[in-house]
Design a binder for this molecule. Structure first.
Ligand SMILES: Nc1ncnc2c1ncn2[C@@H]1O[C@H](COP(=O)(O)OP(=O)(O)OP(=O)(O)O)[C@@H](O)[C@H]1O
Length: 259
């Protein structure tokens, strides 16, 4: 059995290159269960690549990943989703021609037990399952205050709301680990505050462990329990926000004295 006190995710010596160009060099850190970890660092530091390693989109050349007690050289995207890793993307990846509700329902696909045929003909397990899936999707929509737009096409929504729908779809999968790639990018200060509150609420209400990439240091300091700093693919800081903000190497990277 997995110990509650063990980290939900452990990265050990992860290195990743693209055609010989190093994107990530020997990165190790732990993500504690039920906490919010922020990944920060200048553009091109390797943050998105690292999320792609965690959910199995990229295959690291070295290192290993321990997720919820299971050790792997690499994750496989489907297996990562089945094991409870959900993510949102820097450039929103929703079905723009579908309603908010239908998008959130797609987040529940892995939870279905009925066969394709049962679903197509609405027989067997399908009808009861459809009702249960819909109820769960509606709960997530209510939790994230998206009810007024349940039947609105995603393409008709302003950017900030689309980001929230993406969060809803990821949450609908009931993940253990939620990976958020710049959930507040392109938002104004009020929208960022609102999104921060939603992320904090998700974490508190459902105990979901969160790893997020964020450029706004104010948001990071307020929201996260733990900060990991990357620069040129290397880890240059790892600790509580207050400690990391005093780290001279982090200050140098951010003030641009080495860039
Ligand atoms: N698919 C890819 N093919 C080749 N190089 C890539 C690929 N993905 C990322 N890289 C390179 O890897 C390095 C890290 O990029 P990554 O996108 O992970 O950084 P980042 O910290 O997320 O940056 P940003 O804040 O701009 O999103 C960069 O030099 C980038 O050009």
């Amino acid at each position: 059995m997995t110990e509650i006190s063990s980290p939900l995710l452990r990265l050990e010596g992860i290195s990743l290159s693209f055609k010989g160009v190093k994107a990530i060099s020997d990165i190790s850190f732990d993500v504690a269960r039920g906490r919010i970890t922020a990944l920060i660092g200048p553009n091109g530091a390797g943050k998105s690549s690292l999320l792609n390693v965690i959910n199995g989109v990229y295959r690291p050349q070295a290192g290993r990943i321990v997720f919820d007690g299971e050790v792997r050289r690499r994750m496989d995207p489907h297996r990562a989703a089945v094991r409870g890793i959900a993510r949102t993307f820097q450039n929103i990846a929703l079905f723009k021609g579908m309603s908010v509700l239908d998008n959130v329902l797609t987040g529940r696909n892995l939870k279905r037990r009925s066969s394709w045929l049962e679903q197509a003909l609405r027989i067997g397990r399908a009808p009861a399952e459809d009702d249960a899936q819909r109820r769960r999707a509606e709960e997530v929509i209510a939790f994230l205050h998206l009810q007024p737009w349940r039947h609105t096409l995603v393409s008709k929504l302003p950017y900030g709301l689309q980001k929230r729908v993406e969060l809803a779809r990821a949450l609908a999968a009931e993940p253990k680990l939620l990976l958020l790639d710049e959930p507040m990018a392109g938002m104004n200060a009020e929208e960022k505050r609102e999104m921060s509150r939603f992320v904090a609420d998700v974490n508190r209400e459902f105990g979901t462990t969160v790893v997020l990439i964020e450029h706004d240091i104010g948001v990071v300091m307020n929201l996260s329990d733990h900060v990991v700093v990357l620069d040129y693919g290397r880890k240059i800081g790892d600790g509580p926000p207050d400690e990391v903000r005093r780290n001279p190497e982090v200050i140098a990277a951010y003030l641009g004295t080495r860039h």
